[in-house]
Design a protein around this ligand. Structure first.
Ligand code: GDP
Ligand code: IMO
Ligand code: MG
Length: 428
């Protein structure tokens, strides 16, 4: 039996969906522990492309139970849309999905407040996904939110929804926004309630039983380490713990449960939204890494369609993520995109006020002043998307991947050279 977790090591979109899909083959249960529909996880199976937001990527494997854990914030209407989309592709979730009664709901007023907060921040805006994530977690911390368990009783749910809309509309009005129409919202929410109520369970008890009976459990992280509310580039972060600790608090399994911590690290760096990014490239090299949008894997947001900012591989970010989460398996993704450069830069340290540092400064103002210290290595030109053995990779591609494994001091993992299941090379 193993409990494994998958954590993004940069600013999200590292390719977690692909690795969750690969590891879920040997799993009985896949659990999402934090975040919400700000996530967009892509899984490519043959000619089919699936984009999942709140429902765990494990849902694509028959026989695997998917759990939306207590640490997640979920929009009931959004989850129903996702369920319908899966049904259209022939996947009936009713016997394979459960939602924690302790998970919190993202309500229509949270999404409105997300937009208003951003508007009021003006130039200082975070660049959120607009999915209501920050306001939903704020409501949770304020102890005024509605939880999954409230969906079980229609009357109680109705009462709470109307109460909260009344309270939140005052705030929306104060901020100059358009208030939620209580009747319209209630009708939609009650429709969603009918579908979701049977899926609401005590997932903490379920996971404890599964853990005690030796089931293989996989925790699917969302976002990336630099978006963590404690350890990321605050305030340009999301509102949950996206690093190792989030798996325990977001599932109810003990912190000692995770045996294998799988870190997902893209061969270059991307970021969507605002905030400092030391190894960002703003010229045609950045455009080459991003792609034009023609390919599904090009760097445009899975959730919002926004172009992602691109930059060179940053080992300071990688080392920080390794230490915070205790990563002991490394999955390098999108190595294929690095084909075609004469030379490749790797950020190995930062220069801050004349001093060389190799850890992430706590303040975003300091990070914004950091200059990258690059090591330059020779590139390779060959197409590597069909390679399945490490020794068949061009020498310089081998050197590049080894440089990352060695710098992060991780002894095992995979190197990914395309979005499909078979485009993976084992390492170590
Ligand atoms: P996630 O949020 O971490 O699950 O990542 P996204 O799904 O937002 O973005 C990753 C993108 O890269 C998706 O389009 C994947 O299909 C794609 N992808 C994953 N691994 C690889 C890889 O090794 N090579 C290429 N070319 N694409 C990949
Ligand atoms: P996955 O799981 C990339 C970013 C947003 C914004 C900041 C705050 O697909 O890797 P939020 O809506 O959470 O309040 O936005 O976090 N962000 C992501 N960036 N991938 C994600 O998820 C993200 N989820 C949130 O762009 O900068
Ligand atoms: Mg994504």
């Amino acid at each position: 039996m193993t409990v494994s977790a998958i954590v993004g090591m940069q600013w999200g979109d590292e390719g977690k969906g692909k690795i969750v899909d690969a590891l879920s083959e040997a799993s009985d249960i896949v659990v999402r522990c934090q975040g919400g529909a700000n996530a967009g996880h892509t899984v490519v199976i043959g000619d089919d492309i699936y984009k999942l937001h709140v429902i765990p990527s494990g849902i694509l494997r028959e026989g695997v139970i998917s759990v939306i854990g207590n640490g997640v914030v979920f929009d009931p209407i959004g989850v129903v849309t996702e369920i319908t989309g899966l049904k259209e592709k022939g996947i009936d979730v009713s016997s394979r999905l459960m939602i924690s009664e302790r998970a919190h709901l993202v309500m229509p007023y949270h999404k409105i407040l997300d937009g208003l907060n951003e508007e009021n921040l003006g130039e200082q805006k975070i660049g959120t996904t607009g999915r209501g994530i920050g306001p939903a977690y704020a409501d949770k911390a304020a102890r005024t939110a509605i939880r999954g368990g409230d969906l079980k009783d229609e009357d109680k749910f109705k009462e709470k929804v109307l109460d909260r809309i009344k309270a939140m509309n005052k705030r929306i009005e104060f901020l100059g926004g358009e208030k939620v129409d209580a009747q319209v919202a209630l009708t939609e929410l009650l429709e969603a309630r009918k579908i979701l109520a049977p899926l609401i369970k005590d997932t903490v008890y379920y996971l404890h039983q599964a853990y005690a009976s030796g089931k293989n459990i996989l925790m699917e992280g969302a976002q990336g380490s630099q978006l963590d509310i404690d350890f990321g580039t605050y305030p340009f972060v999301t509102s949950s713990n996206t690093t190792g600790g989030g798996f325990a608090t977001g599932s109810g399994l003990p912190a000692t449960a995770v045996d294998e911590m799988h870190g997902i690290f893209k061969a270059f760096t991307t970021r969507v939204g605002e905030g400092p990014f030391v190894s960002e490239i703003k010229d045609e090299i950045g455009d080459k890494l991003r792609g034009t949008g023609e390919n599904q894997w090009d760097e445009f947001g899975t959730t919002t369609g926004r172009p992602r900012r691109c930059g060179w591989c940053d080992l300071v970010v990688g080392k920080f993520a390794t230490r915070i989460s205790g990563v002991n398996n490394l999955h390098i993704t999108k190595l294929d995109i690095m084909s075609g450069f004469d030379e490749i830069k790797v950020c190995v340290a930062y220069k801050l006020n004349g001093e060389t540092i190799d850890t992430m400064p706590a303040s975003y103002e300091d990070l914004a002043m950091c200059e990258p210290v690059y090591e330059v290595i020779e590139g390779w030109k060959e197409d590597i998307t069909g390679i399945t053995e490490f020794s068949d990779l061009p020498d310089n591609a081998q050197k590049y991947a080894e440089m990352i494994f060695n710098a992060l001091e991780i002894k095992k993992g995979t190197i990914n050279v395309g979005p499909r299941r078979d485009q993976s090379i084992s390492w170590g």
